[in-house]
Design a protein around this ligand. Structure first.
Ligand code: S3P
Length: 430
């Protein structure tokens, strides 16, 4: 599907967001292995989170969607910590790295064997990062060429380990912690820099035996989880597209409601405010251990700057749209320590570079850096999403400032995390 996106003067109005993708995955997996029913409000509408629900269903956990006061509510009928049953066929994680990596931690501890695979992109993504710690815990996992899906996971008896993550990755941390729920003794995960901590928070909410310290989480195996009512905050990584849209267009005033503001996810706001962005926090509250609030964003002169080290890791999903912001900023943007971008849904250093150049933009890249000069005028062009949701959406935001209408090819990729993206964009564009 091709979407046409034309230049605008600004974006105006109030935007509500689909539920956070990361939190939705975790709630679906954890409520499946909890006792009793859970009601999940604002579950992500994205295809990735549907993949997780389908996998859980194949493992014997049923769910239903219903409408309560006009809002979509997901009910998960939890089977308890030992209640999963063998799947009839291969599980399909679709495009979702979070699904395959986190679920592997649970599957490694079952009393049956499961095969998990995914789409053309997922079967090229590295899995050794989870296979290594899970094997240390006693898991037996086979993979294509020793590292790519399909993964054949032979459920085994697991033992707690003390694991230091070599690469900062919340998916890997979560995979080990989920395996730790089933392991004998204590499982400790240490991270070099703090990554998103939604798994730890959700585990605590559902009654796991977990201790959370800065950059260290300890979980004890054997505890039962208890289902409950959960509310998923709006996805700040989806909000990022509209935040940048409001900043880089001339006449914008946008309010984003009920967005997740977990401090491990808000580096984007800190970095943007440091560059001169006019972003106001209007309200904040805590729900299920997660912060949620409203933001107001107005057109701003954004200076640009350098993003590196822990900051790059903390806003890795937002780099595609920050690349657009960088090109439109006063002084440009340098992103360092970004090698992880090369193993996302696409090689995002390549796909950012290809599309920016199609729009007449310039940049230089290395294996782990992007250097994007500022004050660029982007031109009307044919953009290719390369099947990557964040590339489709980031360059659609770039198109709002282009010299003419852009065509976004394979724009349906946005549905992986944000099926309503183009409808919302049309509603707020002026
Ligand atoms: C995610 C962690 C990040 C992020 C991904 C979602 C998660 O990946 O890029 O979109 O939900 O834990 P890594 O763990 O590979 O850094």
């Amino acid at each position: 599907m091709t979407e046409q996106v034309s230049p605008v003067k600004g974006v105006h109005g109030v935007v509500g967001l689909p539920g956070d993708k990361s939190i939705s995955h975790r709630y679906a997996m954890l409520t499946s292995i909890a006792d009793g029913d859970s009601e999940i409000h604002n579950y992500s509408t994205g295809a990735d989170c549907r993949s997780t629900l389908c996998c859980m269903q194949a493992l014997g956990v049923s769910h239903t969607f219903s409408e309560i006061d006009g809002r979509r509510v997901l009910k998960v009928h939890g089977k308890g910590i030992s209640g999963l049953t063998v799947a009839a066929g291969t599980l399909d994680a679709g495009n979702s790295g979070s699904t395959i990596r986190m679920l592997s931690g649970i599957l490694a501890a079952q009393h049956f064997t499961t095969v998990v695979t995914g789409d053309d992109s997922l079967v090229k993504r590295p899995m050794r990062r989870i296979m290594t710690p899970l094997a240390e815990m006693g898991a037996r996992i086979e993979a294509t060429d020793g590292q790519f899906p399909p993964l054949t996971i032979h459920g085994s008896r697991l033992y707690g380990i003390d694991y230091s993550l070599p690469v900062a990755s919340a998916q890997v941390k979560s995979s080990v912690l989920l395996a730790g729920l089933y392991a004998s003794g204590e499982t400790i995960v240490r991270e070099p820099i703090a990554t998103r901590d939604h798994t730890e928070i959700a585990l605590r909410e559902l009654g796991a035996d977990i201790v959370i310290e800065p950059r260290v989480a300890r979980v004890r195996g054997g505890a039962k989880l208890q289902g409950k009512m959960l509310v998923v905050p709006g996805d700040i990584s989806s909000a990022a597209f509209f935040i940048v849209a409001a900043l880089v267009t001339r006449d914008s005033d946008l309010i984003i409601t009920n967005v997740g503001l977990n401090p491990t996810r808000t580096a984007l706001l800190d970095v943007l405010c440091g560059m001169g962005a006019n972003i106001k926090l209007l309200r904040i509250e805590q729900v299920n251990g997660e912060l949620i609030g409203n933001l107001q964003i107005k057109s701003s002169v954004v200076k640009g700057g350098t993003i590196e080290g822990a900051t790059t890791a903390a806003l890795i999903d937002e780099i595609p749209v920050l690349a657009i912001l960088g090109a439109l900023s006063q002084n440009g943007l340098i992103v360092r320590d970004a090698a992880e971008l090369r193993v996302k849904e696409t090689d995002r250093i390549e796909t950012i570079s290809a599309n920016l150049q199609r729009m007449g933009g310039t940049l230089t890249t290395t294996q782990s850096t992007l250097e994007i000069p500022g004050k660029q005028q982007l031109h009307a062009a044919e953009i290719q999403s390369f099947g990557d949701h964040r590339i489709a959406m980031a360059f659609s935001i770039g198109a709002l400032t282009a010299s003419g209408t852009c065509e976004i090819r394979e724009a349906e990729a946005a549905s992986v995390s944000y099926p309503e993206f183009y409808t919302t964009l049309r509603n707020i564009a002026r």
